[in-house]
Design a binder for this molecule. Sequence first.
Ligand code: ADP
Length: 357
Amino acid sequence: MSCWRQLRWRIVAVQALVVAVGVVTLIVTADLLAARAVDPALLPAFRDAVARALAAAALAAAVVGTGASVLLAREILRPLRELARSSRRIAGGHYGERVAVPAASELADVAESFNQMAQALAQVEHQRVALIGNVAHELRTPLAGLEGYLEGLLDGVLPSDPETIGAMQHEVRRLRRLVDDLQQLSRVEAGQVALRVETFDLAPLVQRVVTQLRPQLIAQRLELAVEVPGEALHVRADPDRTAQILVNLIGNAIRYTPDGGRISVRVRRDGDQASVAVEDTGVGIPAEALPYIFERFYRVDPSRSRASGGSGIGLTIARHLAWAMGGEIVAASPGLGQGSTFTLSLPLIVPPGGHGA
Ligand code: ADP
């Protein structure tokens, strides 16, 4: 009975059923009508003629019906078989696989959706391969540094003094930071970051983060101005994660602004959002780099940012954290050497009957 599971035989059976029902209906109606309308003497001859005509019609309908259903089944089954074959090839790792789009519009829809899915899978695979390459590349730099110090120590070229050990410690810290960042990146990208959401006023939190970063600002002789509004801006978010985002944005402004520059941090109400804009007079970002600035491991100037300990994933983590709290981070810059502005926005809490504060 397994042939009844096949679409082809079901279509043929349906056609045969239609022919059989047509023939039986004709026989019955012809007989009933003939009994009433035809002269009884002519009835046997009439029945004989009807039976012959019916036999010929049934044979023709059966032949044409079977032929048409076989062709129809082939038309439907060929693209389906191709889809099944291509899915197996994609499952086997051939991500370049695509199917031909058939003429029938319903099947064309399926084929086009399948091709879009195959393209998305190919892109994910490409990103996965690139990620492994990037991670290996990032790990290589501190590891090569450590290896160099160890070889120097073993060969007696380097003295085993606090300076050498301090330099080795610096490389180990860099490795630890990178591994911590990677772990956090995988969590935020998988949406697994645990948030401790509270309602709090944004401005005092910004002030606290700025105070925490003061020593770095003084060391680089940077001027920092904080602008807060007269009203409280209550947001519902995780204060620790919000502080982490701000440390990243203000930390970057410090890192990418030469000595003597200016940083301004403006806390504002922006419609139904509270925003913190971090503007610097630093190295700026060229227009062609702006769309990629939040991508993992992307750096405008790799040597500069790596030398200052940047992993190139700080902004990726920051943006995912902002998204997790219903917010957003956007970057703007008039161009290289002309400073940049990074703006974090979070949805404001509107108290019943209030105006957002
Ligand atoms: P990194 O750890 O390298 O700073 P981020 O993800 O924080 O990584 O930033 C990605 C890149 O964006 C940096 O390498 C740098 O090129 C650019 N960038 C970030 N903030 C600024 C800024 N304030 N001014 C200029 N460039 C910046």
